[in-house]
Design a protein around this ligand. Structure first.
Ligand code: ADP
Ligand code: ZN
Ligand code: ZN
Length: 732
């Protein structure tokens, strides 16, 4: 029967699809699903996507509008992807139009055409004759660009060059002016044959892992569990070879800060073809180009951070998720999806293999292995037989401390530095000190808009709130008793200052969000570490991912305890992951590494388990705890978060929502709350929450769908800010 109703997804915070009639003069061709349309919606015109067709609507025809026009000749989204996104919208309880919009580049969302030519640059004969040695000395930036172009005689497009440090366009212009580079416009997607270059000879463990992945058919999820430096990346590459050689595409996801130039360089050296790169730092034009290359199949490999999980693929062949445990795979606002979980759902739908890799797998993934859903592949050794770093605890109760640095740690640092090594100090807290304190009356500086202390930033001479970014000048004396105020506790800035005093002979760098704000600052600091010019590194989480520091022989973890007694049930898992990931920076070269973890609780069972028996044993113990307490992965969570200008209003809404809950009588779903959030006030708004916990996912899904439909109808639902987070990874 001829479908006469088009179901349109519209980018608006409304659930469901909207029924429209075909445009005037519609011929009846049925391949319209996935095409964009222009429709009248509310008071204006908007762009939507045809998500389905139906013979009839539940509304009378007289009330339906005609589609104004169909924007695409060909669908811009294939049915598999569309189905996946519709599934995700229902799973994450998010408006389907917004979910589909999240998977489209801005231009497509706005109704612009997908086509267009791309600018491509290549070296002219004069350019190719330049002496690279001379260039490297005289004009390092030109040399960098020259190398990139020299490696790709077929020409390089904008997307590929966008991974060069900021300012490459100026460099390019200079070289164009000299006649070294020529530019032309090309139809995208036809550029290059893929050339696969051989990798290193694999170790037995690596070969075995790669062979199992390559030998799998259909949907096959693998957990590649290998310590940092064990060669996981080489296993991914080996497994990718066959897929790529067969003309299929690979989707490669990395965490927010894992998409380093070094990784891209490694991929390019091994697979000389078209890469589509997707991350949050791209311009809209760049994103459009990458998206188009991924969709057309021109890109052999699609590599990117979280949002790349939603990238199109013309010929999906394999998915890789590196550092699968990383919290940055979770989207925090709007469409709150987990890119890792979406990747698994995609692999299932595309019927391909997926490799989740990590040195510290999430408990969810380990549990999936235990239940026989994933196949675990182990890489227990680093190639070249480099020793594993040794982890030791330093009992802070037993040793003197100088500004947070214990004597054993300082002595070890002196020894390692004297022996020519580099030393890394890890502290997950930026700024100078977390507290400004009055010794006279006990006053501390607090944020007026948040339940949080103001952090002292000595260099900027500011007190800053890390939650709402309120800033004010540091007062010298207490307003109440005039006593001089004192910064208490340590942030990275203060550790740097202390180290300058204790170990003045060794140049340092500090890497945290403050020191790397300027474009190019990160590269510059990393360069100083790699060249050996800097000997001491102080930094936050930023240091732990994606970077190799082969000469670091000692790592000091300054404040392990933060994670031991966190309010979140995932706190100890995160702590262990952080310690192991930081430890992974040490001893990658010939030097065996040592990791000293400072703690007030050296007998904490999870900590000792980790240190004595390693991450796998730790995870086993942690899973046992979760099982006993019924936390994920032994249950499934959904968190209703509410905020409003007053706590009373917040709690009232939560109570109303609670009353609408129709819980199954068999106790298969539990409720915690309503309760104020652990941080009750944030940015001037009062926050509360309600947590649902279910044994079975489908039960929770059904419950949420029914419940939220009712919650949305509450008059107060328009007066407070609220959201639902399915599979939340943090409970605040
Ligand atoms: P991971 O991804 O597990 O951290 P990598 O794949 O980055 O590990 O490997 C760490 C280092 O060891 C890299 O420099 C890599 O080139 C090298 N490497 C990995 N496998 C081999 C191998 N089979 N032979 C030689 N070098 C290897
Ligand atoms: Zn005071
Ligand atoms: Zn604040």
């Amino acid at each position: 029967m001829l479908a006469m109703i088009f179901q349109i997804a519209i980018n608006a915070p409304l659930h469901g699809l909207f029924d429209y009639l075909p445009p005037a003069g519609w011929s009846g061709d049925a391949s319209v699903v996935g095409c964009r349309v222009e429709v009248i919606f509310g008071r204006g015109k908007t762009t939507g996507m045809i998500a389905g067709t139906a013979p009839d609507s539940s509304l009378p025809r007289s009330r339906l509008r005609k589609i104004t026009r169909v924007l695409d000749q060909q669908p811009v989204m294939d049915p598999a992807m569309l189905e996946l996104l519709m599934w995700a919208a229902s799973y994450y309880q998010h408006p389907v139009g917004e979910v589909i919009a999240a998977a489209l580049p801005l231009g497509l969302r706005q109704g612009r055409p997908l086509g267009g030519l791309e600018q491509v640059w290549s070296l002219t004969p004069a350019g190719a004759q330049q002496d690279p040695g001379m260039l490297a000395r005289r004009a390092p930036r030109q040399w960098e660009l020259w190398q990139r172009l020299e490696q790709s005689p077929g020409g390089v497009g904008e997307t590929a060059l966008s991974t060069l440090p900021q300012g490459w366009r100026n460099t390019l212009k200079r070289m164009l002016d000299k006649g070294w580079i020529s530019s032309r416009e090309e139809e995208p997607g036809t550029r290059r044959e893929l050339v696969i270059r051989p990798g290193p000879e694999l170790t037995t463990d690596q070969s075995r892992a790669a062979a199992l992945i390559t030998g799998a058919t259909g949907f096959s999820p693998f957990l590649l569990f290998g310590v940092t430096g064990s060669g996981k990346t080489e296993v991914y590459f080996e497994a990718m070879e066959q897929v790529l050689a067969a003309g299929r595409q690979v989707l490669f996801l990395v965490p927010e800060i894992g998409l380093t130039p070094q990784l891209l360089e490694r991929v390019r050296n091994r697979f000389d073809g078209n890469l589509a790169i997707l991350h949050s730092g791209l311009s809209d034009g760049e994103r459009m180009t990458s998206w188009r290359d991924a969709a057309s199949g021109a890109a052999h490999i699609i590599i990117g951070t979280r949002s790349a999980a939603l990238a199109p693929m013309a010929r999906p062949g394999m998915i890789i998720v590196d550092e699968e445990h990383d919290p940055s795979f979770k989207q925090w606002e709007g469409f709150r999806y987990s890119a890792r979980d979406m990747a698994v759902a995609r692999a299932r739908r595309h019927d391909v293999a997926i490799v989740l890799g990590s040195a510290t797998p999430s408990l969810e993934s380990l549990y999936n292995v235990r239940r026989g859903r994933y196949t675990q592949l182990d890489l227990p050794e680093r190639p070249g037989a480099v020793n594993h770093p040794e982890i030791r605890l330093v009992d802070l109760r037993a040793h003197a401390c100088d500004e947070g640095l214990s004597t054993p740690l300082v002595l070890a640092a002196e020894k390692h530095l004297a022996a020519g090594g580099q030393v890394l100090f890890f502290l997950n807290r930026r700024g100078y000190a977390p507290t400004l304190f009055c010794p006279g009356c006990g006053w501390t500086a607090r944020c007026k808009r948040c339940d949080a202390g103001m952090v002292v930033h000595q260099r900027q001479q500011l007190l800053r709130c890390h939650h709402c970014d309120t800033r004010r000048k540091i007062p010298e004396n207490c307003e109440d008793c005039q006593e001089a105020l004192a910064p208490v506790g340590q942030g990275t800035e203060r550790v740097e200052e202390t180290l300058n005093r204790i170990l003045p002979d060794y140049p340092q760098v500090r890497i945290d969000r403050d020191s790397t704000q300027r474009k190019g600052a990160m590269e510059e600091l990393l360069g100083r570490i790699r060249s050996g010019q800097a000997r001491i590194l102080t930094g936050t989480q930023m240091l732990t991912k994606g970077h190799d520091f082969p000469d670091v022989s000692l790592v000091g973890v300054l404040n392990a305890d933060q994670g031991l007694f966190g309010t979140d049930f995932r706190a100890s898992e995160r702590l262990a992951q952080t310690i192991v990931q930081v430890a992974g920076r040490a001893g990658r070269a010939e030097r065996p590494g040592l990791v000293l973890v400072q703690t007030l609780y050296p007998e904490h069972p999870l900590l000792t388990r980790l240190v004595n028996d390693g991450y796998a044993a730790f995870a086993e113990a942690c899973l046992k705890e979760r099982e006993e307490s019924g936390w994920p992965p032994f249950s499934h969570l959904a968190l209703l978060r509410v905020e409003s200008p007053g706590m009373q209003q917040t709690m009232a809404f939560l109570h109303q929502a609670r009353q609408l809950l129709d819980l199954p009588t068999d106790l298969s779903v539990g409720v915690l709350g309503p309760a104020p959030a652990p941080m009750e006030k944030r940015a001037g708004r009062y926050r509360g929450q309600l947590l649902l916990e279910a044994r079975e996912r489908p039960i929770l899904q059904r419950l949420l769908t029914d419940w939220l439909a009712k919650v949305r109808e509450l008059p107060e639902a328009r007066k407070v800010r609220w959201s639902i987070d399915v599979d939340p990874i943090e409970l605040f």
